[in-house]
Design a protein around this ligand. Structure first.
Ligand SMILES: C[S@@+](CC[C@H](N)C(=O)[O-])C[C@H]1O[C@@H](n2cnc3c(N)ncnc32)[C@H](O)[C@@H]1O
Length: 245
């Protein structure tokens, strides 16, 4: 006798505003047996549950999985593998599980690691990824700043280690998004200045949440206490300048 496999949904819940959850995510949240979220000692990942809470039936189990914020590769590998095994066990007997992530599940997300381990350890388990509105899409909307037009290019990168990766691009993008712009703002600003992009840059903190802040002078972010929910969008040119058509 074969047992029916369950399903794992990687569910993006959007940047923070519960109204930015997709209809598909809402539908799935109502039907799954268990909801997983990533818990870390450093960041408030339960925010993902808060965003989705109104659509999770009271009887649905919600379980936080620990993802240690450490550079110790062995420790992280063990945690990811243990979490993959927990998810696989929860989907036994045809049960369905959703793993919640802020923004989009395939954009700088813990779900990317879960996906790798599920593929490797439990290739028979169906995995369905449901996209979410990313923090940079929501931030561009909050700034009313077009990201790319015509033949332009967009580079999305981590600013956790500063801005040197922007300088290393063979062809500079028209627009750059620095995610994780909470610790190395000085390095990011230097890279933006060198790339001639500082004048048309803006920071967004806690986008789409009630505490949202739009920061016109990104250099001012360097002198503030770092906030994890910070990103910077910069363009080479003024997005509102009249075009020579
Ligand atoms: C691990 S990444 C998660 C990205 C997420 N998966 C997405 O699609 O937007 C965390 C970084 O995303 C950015 N971020 C996520 N949510 C944000 C928000 N509401 N406002 C501003 N930045 C946010 C910040 O740069 C933060 O350091």
């Amino acid at each position: 006798m074969t047992t029916k496999p369950g399903i794992l949904y990687g569910l993006g819940v959007g940047p923070g505003d519960p109204d930015l959850l997709t209809l598909k995510a809402v539908q799935i949240l109502k039907s799954v047996d268990i909801v997983f979220t990533a818990a870390s000692t450093k960041n408030d990942y339960s925010l993902a549950v808060n965003i989705a809470q109104a659509h999770i039936p009271a009887q649905t189990e919600i379980r936080a999985l620990a993802f240690p914020m450490t550079k110790d590769r062995n420790e992280t590998r063990q945690a990811w593998e243990a979490n993959a095994r927990t998810i696989a066990a929860a989907t036994a007997g045809g049960r369905q599980a959703a793993f919640l992530t802020l923004g989009d599940p395939l954009t700088f997300s813990t779900f990317g690691y879960i996906l790798k381990y599920m593929r490797r350890l439990f290739p028979e388990l169906p995995v369905v990824t449901v996209p979410g509105i990313t923090s940079y899409q929501a931030s561009a909307a909050a700034l009313n700043m077009p990201l790319v037009e015509g033949e332009q290019s967009l580079l999305v990168l981590s600013g956790a280690n500063g801005g040197s990766r922007l300088a290393r691009q063979i062809e500079q993008p028209d627009t750059v998004v620095f995610m994780k712009a909470y610790r190395n703002v000085n390095g990011i600003c230097t890279a933006l200045e060198d790339a001639d992009m500082l004048a048309h840059s803006a920071g967004v903190v806690r986008c789409s949440l009630p505490e949202q802040e739009l920061v016109a002078d990104v250099t001012a972010l360097a002198s503030r206490a770092p906030n994890y929910w910070t990103l910077i969008i910069a363009r080479k040119t003024d997005p509102y300048a009249a075009q020579e058509d």
